[in-house]
Design a protein around this ligand. Structure first.
Ligand code: SF4
Length: 473
């Protein structure tokens, strides 16, 4: 029995004679090519979209955009890797028509055109919407943390900086003490001590520089009025889940159309908390879909009463569970206190009536109390204080309506999970486990847009077929 033999390397034609035969007719790279060809690059704001009359010819932005989208689809994201792919990879050879820009040119394109790249990503969604692939009947919103280009060691909070300064001062004091001892030893004629003096002096200089750097960081923190900053990547913020150690991250938000599974809107922010993002993300989605009302599924992280009420006013119907803080199990839970909308009172487990007795402006809540607590037989199960206080948010009614939607149809949360969470998995797999390669919010937004358009193309081809995605098809 013999083996399957490869071709001889010295033969004249190893590859198919026609470059177009390098890639199969249904290859994803053909969709990337057709999509970029359909774009009006000058309108999107790409630099050098129209060739200059004079000077040395440059690469067409369409070719560079093709290369980047193809790269993000194939987990080839760095400019050096893309440079190599242009001469090694058959799909890249076909896509670039054997153009081989160097890595600086490739990196400059992403650096110089962040807004236009974001526009190109949005253009794909507009194309899908016009083709009827997106219904916008129901959307799901979620966010994920993406790692920034910075080490957790570069996170500095006021406490940690104060601790590091104190520690450095202690080390400096130690070396000063050692130098005094050496001075004494030298005076007594020990000839190996000058060597140590030199080493200690160098260590002192290093520590002095470290202290200066830490003090400078303390000043920056004070000037910006922040609790913690990431030095070296000032747009990123320390983020983490629960008690896990915080790492420098950005928060990537995405809105996914439930019917098509396409990401119809996304954004990157350095706001660690999702609760302030429900309204702006929903409004931006309405703009993309050009609709006057919207139904949004979200998780408990978005249950911000004020934002939900604002959404209601703007005809956005949100379905999300209410996020509740940890509650003591020793006393009656707030859910056991029943609110009566007609009389604006609350009935407690002892059947007494709690009435409004003031406002908590910072928390946007009304306090409800009753004088009956004084003689209540259930008091030991209700409060350890003199009187039980129930806080009801100004916009609690909007939150209650939001939660009622979940109780009316519990499958909504399953739909949310199945719609919006897996795209993050795919995007993180395509982007080195969820790590950005560039620094600064502006550049990171362009990277996110490339990941999103790559995901959308991949998903749309799998769901609807390549023919429906080529403008001619
Ligand atoms: S302590 Fe006050 S609020 Fe609590 S059950 Fe008794 S009367 Fe009601």
């Amino acid at each position: 029995m013999s083996f399957i033999e490869g071709l001889a390397r010295d033969q004249v034609n190893l590859l198919p004679p026609c470059v177009d035969d390098y890639v199969s007719p249904d290859a994803l790279v053909r969709v990337v090519d057709a999509f970029v060809t359909s774009l009006n690059l000058a309108e999107l704001g790409f630099g050098r979209a129209i060739a200059a009359v004079t000077g040395r010819p440059g690469y067409h932005p369409g070719d560079m955009l093709r290369l980047y989208i193809w790269g993000y689809l194939n987990q080839v994201r760095s400019s050096r890797q893309l440079e190599r792919a242009c001469v090694r990879d058959l799909e890249a050879l076909w896509l670039m028509r054997r153009l081989a820009p160097d890595y600086r040119t490739i990196a400059s394109f992403r650096h110089d055109n962040p807004e236009a790249i974001v526009g190109a990503s949005a253009a794909f969604i507009q194309f899908c919407r016009e083709t009827g692939l997106i219904s916008g009947r129901l959307v799901a919103l979620d966010g994920t943390k993406m790692r920034a280009v910075a080490s957790p060691k570069n996170i500095a909070g006021a406490d940690r900086l104060a601790r590091d300064v104190a520690h450095t001062e202690k080390e400096i004091a130690y070396y000063l003490e050692r130098l005094d001892i050496i001075d004494e030893a030298v005076a007594q004629g020990f000839d190996d001590q000058p060597k140590h003096r030199e080493a200690f002096t160098t260590a002192m200089e290093t520590l002095g520089r470290r202290k200066d750097r830490l003090v400078r960081r303390q000043d920056i923190l004070k000037d910006r009025d922040e609790t913690a900053l990431v030095f070296g990547e000032s747009d990123a913020r320390p983020m983490g889940y629960g008690r896990s150690p915080k790492t420098p991250c950005y928060n990537m938000q995405s809105v996914v159309d439930v019917d098509s599974g396409l990401i119809i809107h996304h954004d990157v922010t350095n706001e660690a908390n999702d609760s302030q993002l429900l309204h702006p993300m929903s409004m931006a989605t309405m703009e993309v879909l050009e609709v006057d009302e919207l139904k949004v599924l979200a998780d408990g992280g978005y249950s911000n009463a004020q934002a939900v009420a604002q959404c209601e006013r703007d005809h956005i119907e949100v379905a999300a569970p209410i996020k509740r803080g940890a509650m003591s199990t020793d006393f009656f839970r707030p859910a056991q206190f029943v609110y009566d909308e007609e009389t604006d009172t609350i009935r407690c487990p002892a059947g007494k009536t709690l009435r409004p007795s003031g406002k908590h402006t910072r928390n946007r809540a009304i306090r409800y109390r009753t004088p009956a607590c004084k003689d209540c037989r259930l008091k030991s199960r209700c409060t350890s204080g003199a009187q039980r206080t129930i806080h009801r948010l100004f916009d609690q009614a909007a939150l209650d309506r939001m939660e009622a939607r979940i109780y009316a149809d519990p499958s909504l949360m399953v739909t949310r999970r199945c719609t919006v969470e897996h795209p993050f998995g795919t995007i993180k797999r395509m982007s080195g486990g969820g790590r950005f390669l560039t620094r600064g919010l502006r550049a990171v937004k362009a990277e996110a847009a490339l990941s999103i358009v790559a995901f959308n193309i991949l998903h749309a081809v799998n769901a609807f077929g390549a023919e429906r995605l080529t403008p001619a098809g």
